[in-house]
Design a protein around this ligand. Structure first.
Ligand SMILES: Cc1cc2nc3c(=O)[nH]c(=O)nc-3n(C[C@H](O)[C@H](O)[C@H](O)COP(=O)(O)OP(=O)(O)OC[C@H]3O[C@@H](n4cnc5c(N)ncnc54)[C@H](O)[C@@H]3O)c2cc1C
Length: 503
């Protein structure tokens, strides 16, 4: 049920009218690939009832987007199958289209758009989606509305983006209770929406059943056809919810102490939810709800918030330190990145947003001799002198993910071992987006830029190449953690990989 207080999440994409002659209200899913817990769907239902029009939910997959691969395509198609099943259960009209060599988006999308009274879509602030929304706003003859269902607080409620978590945190805390109360609908209802039975379905829609995925994939071109799906990584809401359930039991009770330990996946204490959050297959609202309700000793409600901890990274949300620690990542750090992109549509994905001190360090040390210097190809093929770095890179290539602590080390070392900071940024962006399921996200950029000093302070002593930017080393990583099981796990994976990939 859409609340007027959530209108802050609605942004006009153009000044065109809602067309009386249009046949339906169209919700075009471009980022929030789910029906439950979705402010965009909640608002679409509201408009369909208000204008007494049927509601069509449309989801599409483009074939050759930047960094596209069979790995990402399969994950998306698996997600579509779950959304189609949910739509059927809940009684919504859902059309999906997957671009293939046989049928392009331009054969279907214009027809779907032409018959709409108004188009509603996800206001995802990163990758090609903001530019796509701009083009769409011009192409349409009807109203375009963009809805923010990215995070628990409405991004438009902040006056600006923030350079430091400590500055952002109290503002997030101030908004949390009201945002929690105004969460999206866990069970959206189609009752009361005019029937869509008379609508003519466009041609070439995807028949969203798991058994059709392989055939469709075989007709899809991509930028990186060699980046193959990982059999243990299954896309879609069903799998995302399974992972969440498992995390509540096996990971969350140990999260604050053990999340950083690089381990084989069955012993990891982090949630592994980032791909599902990135593709919008699960929502932050529902993860927050599940996590806050997970401690059997505490019957949590917003009056359990400890306001004396406002602005602190411990103790605010819940007395349980594991829950606080997890929400610090999911809310403070994640929303910091989303806000940065949301507030700066012209945000350039390069080093220009770094704080002045970090830019000066990089400039001052630009000419420093690099103890090791690698090409992008050497990095990609895990051919450095450092077995821990190589293992992390192999994990990324072979599993589509990388454990968070090693991801930081991975980024830092690429800076040290590249010919320039700009070259390092390009390598990190490319490898992260090409292989990681959760890549192409605001958090991809904030994570990478953190390695260059963003959101951080100067550290001492000053070192070669990085200057005062925080330094990390494989030696101290090896001392800090018991890495043997992780390294053995990676070795085992390598045995299963395509012969010769890392040779
Ligand atoms: C070089 C580098 C690149 C990164 N690239 C990405 C990326 O492409 N996509 C991505 O989602 N994250 C990225 N991160 C942030 C972080 O590594 C991942 O979000 C996290 O490891 C995902 O694993 P998880 O879901 O098990 O996290 P958990 O520890 O279970 O955390 C839960 C959720 O909180 C959010 N989160 C956790 N840590 C961070 C963080 N440091 N910054 C922002 N949000 C966070 C994520 O949405 C995550 O799924 C990157 C970090 C670095 C240093």
């Amino acid at each position: 049920m859409f609340s007027e207080k959530n209108l802050i999440r609605v942004r006009e994409g153009n000044k065109k009218p809602v067309l009386e002659e249009g046949e339906y209200i169209l919700y075009w899913i471009r980022a929030n690939r789910r029906l439950a817990w979705n402010h965009c769907l909640d608002y679409s239902i509201h408009l369909a009832k208000k204008f007494q029009k049927p509601l069509v939910i449309f989801e599409s997959v483009m074939m050759e987007f930047e960094w596209s691969s069979p790995r990402l395509h399969r994950f998306l198609l698996e997600g579509i199958c779950d959304t189609a099943a949910d739509a059927e259960k809940l009684g919504f009209t859902y059309w999906s289209f997957v671009e293939t060599e046989e049928h392009s988006l331009s054969e279907v999308v214009p027809t779907v758009l032409k018959n709409a009274s108004a188009v509603i879509t996800d206001d995802f602030p990163c990758f090609f989606l903001p530019e796509h929304a701009e083009t769409l706003s011009e192409q349409l003859s009807c109203k375009l509305l963009l809805i923010d269902s990215n995070s628990i607080t409405a991004l438009a409620s902040y006056e600006k983006s923030f350079e430091y978590a400590r500055v952002f945190r109290p503002r997030l805390h101030d908004r949390f209770v009201e945002s929690y109360i105004l969460r999206s609908d866990p069970k959206p209802k189609s009752k009361g929406i005019p029937s869509s039975e008379h609508l003519k379905k466009p041609k070439y829609l995807f028949s969203a059943k798991k058994e059709n995925i392989n055939k469709t994939l075989s007709k899809m071109r991509s930028k990186f056809p060699n980046v193959l799906p990982v059999s243990s990584k299954i896309g879609g809401r069903v799998e995302g919810l399974k992972i969440l359930k498992n995390f509540l039991k096996e990971g969350l009770p140990f999260y604050s102490e053990e999340r950083s330990e690089p381990r084989p996946p069955d012993r990891m204490k982090a949630s592994a939810l980032s791909p599902y959050l990135h593709f919008g297959m699960i929502s932050v609202d529902e993860v927050v709800t599940a996590v806050l309700g997970s401690d059997p000793k505490i019957d949590w409600s917003p009056d359990r918030i400890n306001h004396s901890q406002r602005g602190k990274n411990e103790g605010f949300f819940h007395p349980n330190p594991n829950i606080n620690s997890f929400l610090e990542e999911l809310l403070t750090w994640r929303e910091l990145g989303y806000l940065l992109f949301y507030k700066s549509p012209s945000f350039r994905k390069d080093l220009s947003i770094l704080p002045t001190w970090a830019k000066q360090c990089l400039q001052l040390h630009r000419g420093d001799e690099r103890t090791y210097l690698y090409t992008k190809e050497e990095f990609e093929n895990a051919k450095t002198h450092d077995p821990i770095w190589n293992a992390a890179q192999k994990e990324l290539v072979l599993t589509g993910s990388m454990q968070n602590y090693l991801r930081m080390l991975w980024g830092k070392k690429v800076i040290e071992w590249s010919s320039s900071p700009e070259e390092a940024f390009r390598i990190l962006e490319d490898l992260n987006h090409k292989y990681a399921y959760d890549g192409r996200d605001p958090n991809s950029y904030t994570g990478i830029l953190w390695c260059f000093g963003a959101f951080d302070r100067p550290w001492f002593p000053e070192r070669a190449v990085l200057g005062n930017i925080r330094y990390m080393s494989s030696d101290s990583t090896a001392k800090k953690f018991k890495l043997k099981p992780y390294l053995e796990y990676i070795q085992g994976l390598e045995g299963l990989s395509e012969p010769g990939f890392f040779k």
